[in-house]
Design a protein around this ligand. Structure first.
Ligand code: ZN
Ligand code: ZN
Length: 409
């Protein structure tokens, strides 16, 4: 169907696209809807109007609405005279009504044809779409949906200039600001522990801090939490090591968050706090688990704390490049001092020196890192320290046996 042909051309000529009220009046729309009922068009007089195109059947729309609700509430509390008008992509009135329930703003009453004309008029080619009519349309940030998801109400007034400003603020936060500026938010100046104690952020100043981005539903996160806990506990028992970890949860709900935190001996940003979201954006976290390490001076030491901790545990402290270089050098030296292969009394095959990121020793059953003596034939690993070399007498015996065997053809 050619939807464009339904647009009456005289309107496009005479009514400015920014004057939605005139457009609606020309369409004989007599009132708008809120989730509570009819609202006169005049209620929008003098307000900055934003159009919101969305549909109940669309998952990205439903995921976006909480962000927009937060923005709407914040801006109205701040006294901005903002109004949002929802224009539906829903196929039927039930979907439309259901969708409207999730919105505290207004809607153009359900009318598929009218909605299509508006969709065409504003050239909306995807949903969710958010079109602020208050600005000139030229300087509007292109990906406004992402901008609102990233920055919430801070995205106002939705211009490209504003987006650039926000990016610059993020950069400054990443590179220059104090720990308190990063972790304190909107009157909350504490972090919480698993037993719901509040710990002032100021107590963390001067320590090395690990910002731990993690969610309980993710198996790699749960695995890394175990490694980080071991390193954390080791660091906490060493008196001169001033270290703290802060969970920046990406859990899907409060219950998951509580479950996640209950496995951790460190602190967390409260679940309902927006700071979690801001930190993900500021440090450009693309995957979890992630560990950003911040030095006592408040500057980022490394974005790759996960590698350091999973490779070296507490030994990696204070997580500087030079510390890692020293560890690597020590490791190389250790390897150079070991034989290339050994015969162990506990195992029937020759064991070869191997570099394994993590393994479990088949003798003492404890975790091992790096150097291992491993069997090529079966899945068998030993700590170098757990090797019990075949004694000379045994060797002699073995050699004798070998010597008596017929030569291989
Ligand atoms: Zn062992
Ligand atoms: Zn073997």
């Amino acid at each position: 169907m050619d939807i464009v042909s339904h647009v009456p051309h005289y309107e496009a000529k005479y009514i400015d696209d920014h004057d939605i009220m005139k457009i609606l009046a020309a369409e004989a729309v007599e009132f708008l809807l809120s989730s509570e009922g009819k609202v006169p068009l005049s209620s929008c007089n003098g307000k900055s109007i934003c159009l919101f195109f969305s549909a109940n059947w669309c998952r990205p729309c439903r995921a976006f609405i909480p962000h927009l609700v937060e923005l709407y509430d914040t801006l109205r509390k701040r006294g901005e005279s903002l109004e949002i008008i929802f224009i539906s992509f829903d196929r039927d009135e039930d979907g439309f009504n259901e969708h409207l329930k999730s919105m505290p703003w207004l809607a153009v009453p359900f009318d598929v044809n009218l909605h299509r004309r508006l969709i065409n008029r504003y050239r909306v080619d995807r949903i969710p779409s958010f079109i602020p009519l208050c600005s000139d349309g030229v300087t509007v940030e292109e990906d406004l949906i992402a901008c609102i998801e990233d920055y919430g109400a801070e995205a106002f007034p939705f211009t490209r200039k504003r987006r650039e400003e926000l990016k610059a603020i993020d950069k400054r936060k990443r590179e220059e600001v104090s720990l308190e500026e990063l972790l304190v938010h909107d009157g909350r100046n504490f972090l919480i522990s698993a037993d719901h104690k509040k710990v002032p952020v100021s107590e963390l100043v001067g320590k090395t801090i690990g910002l731990y981005f993690c969610a309980h539903w993710s198996p790699p996160c749960r695995a890394f939490t175990v490694q980080l806990t071991e390193a954390y506990n080791n660091l906490m028992t060493a008196k001169d090591r001033r270290f703290e970890t802060v969970l920046v949860s990406t859990d899907r709900d409060l219950m998951e968050f509580n479950m996640n935190l209950s496995t951790m001996p460190w602190l967390a940003i409260p679940y309902e706090d927006r700071t979690k979201h801001d930190l993900c954006r500021i440090f450009d976290i693309k995957g979890i688990p992630a560990l950003v390490l911040i030095g006592p001076d408040g500057k980022v030491i490394t974005m790759n704390g996960k590698f350091m901790v999973s490779s070296y545990g507490a030994e990696a402290y204070p997580f500087t490049e030079s510390r890692i270089k020293d560890l690597e050098a020590a490791l190389r030296k250790e390897g150079e001092a070991l034989p290339h292969q050994v015969e162990d009394v506990k195992h029937e095959h020759v064991l070869k020196l191997d570099m394994a990121k993590a393994y479990v020793c088949d003798f003492c059953k404890r975790q091992g890192r790096f150097w291992a003596f491993s069997c090529d034939v079966c899945d068998y690993d030993l700590h170098p320290s757990c090797v019990e070399k075949v004694s000379k007498d045994d060797c002699f015996l073995q050699n004798t046996i070998t010597a008596t065997l017929p030569p291989e053809i």
